[in-house]
Design a protein around this ligand. Sequence first.
Ligand code: PLP
Length: 426
Amino acid sequence: MTHSETLFEQAQKYIPGGVNSPVRAFRGVGGTPIFFKHAQGAYLYDEDDKRYIDYIGSWGPMILGHGDQRIKDALHAQVDLGVGYGAPTAIETEMAKKVCELVPSIELVRMVNSGTEATMSTIRLARGYTGRDKIVKFEGCYHGHVDSLLVKAGSGALTLGVPNSPGIPASLAEHTITLTYNDIDSVRETFKTMGDQIAAIIVEPVAGNMNCIPPVPGFLEGLREVCDEHGTVLIFDEVMTGFRVSLGGAQGLYGVTPDLTALGKVIGGGLPVGAFGGKRSIMEHIAPLGPVYQAGTLSGNPLAMCAGLTTLNAISEPGFHDRLTEKTNAVAQGLKEAADATGIPLTVQGAGAMFGFFFTEEPSVTRFDQVMACDIERFKKFFQGMLKEGVYLAPSAFEAGFTTAALSDDDIAHTIAAAKNVMATL
Ligand code: PLP
């Protein structure tokens, strides 16, 4: 038995499924999860001292790589000053100013503790601001475990949403309309009949929770138009894309401006942080300025602000995202070449420092049903093979891959050579 296997056995005695977030249990790929004890730069080290090149980066936050000295120094200094006061601090304003500078659509920003809290708060705010109950989301997009957003489409395009999990009241889910990602016509159709009841459209501007699906030209622009026509709040969930696909996020990359934005992951530099912000006229409805309630014991915690602000300053260095995008493209193209060399049909897609690969004959994947039709069994074998080769990919065919600034050319070459070896066995 490996140390990871032993630790997993013990964990299952006390933690549901042995994990604190379901995807970590490796149910999507089989086998037992790897337990890690250390990480540095581009690498994770497991409890059996095996090294892996990391393409998850703690599911996005570690954009600088692990153990960045600047973050460690900032955290050590703050620990000596105090780990939290539950009262205002100067660094919160510094952080808010930085976020507003980097994401111009954000005029006021509120810090929270996770991406889920961020999206949940944008939905409440949009409902409070418009006085409407219904919201639109898209199939295959994930916005955290918010009741209103853990909803799937009912049968038929315009029917009521149904809960995706027991515990979510049908009476709440019925306010959520789930449409097809990248299909602006279905959005226009829906708004024709019930536009004046819809508080918000929430969208991942690059979908990263059904592998990696960039928006087709006109989709985000169309959402903006529809929202303007109907007085609906456009929410970009940039928890994953924020500060990653470009310094200004997906809205910077595609030039479409939302009313509200949810942020998470990179903004916390590895600590538990989220944020939401947007137009001043909407954000002023949040307590204590307005009647929409939102609060948090640890929100704006100084340790989290230190790690986040240090990360945002580091990624603001000129050329940072160009270099990271280049590396990401090299990884994606390398995977494609490895597949071509072995005759395996593979499609690669990406945006900035996010990438995805699909075992499919389709030249591009733009919708959830196409993702579901990919060869998931082949993905599982590929994942396990890469793990043996010391490459740690997301343990699910439905997650995007992330690169970090610590990834070297040698790491990329190792990854591509490993992919060639593994593809040859599929
Ligand atoms: N929104 C998106 C796009 C996400 O990818 C995630 C998490 O993966 C969330 C929201 C939820 O964030 P958290 O897990 O920090 O609650």
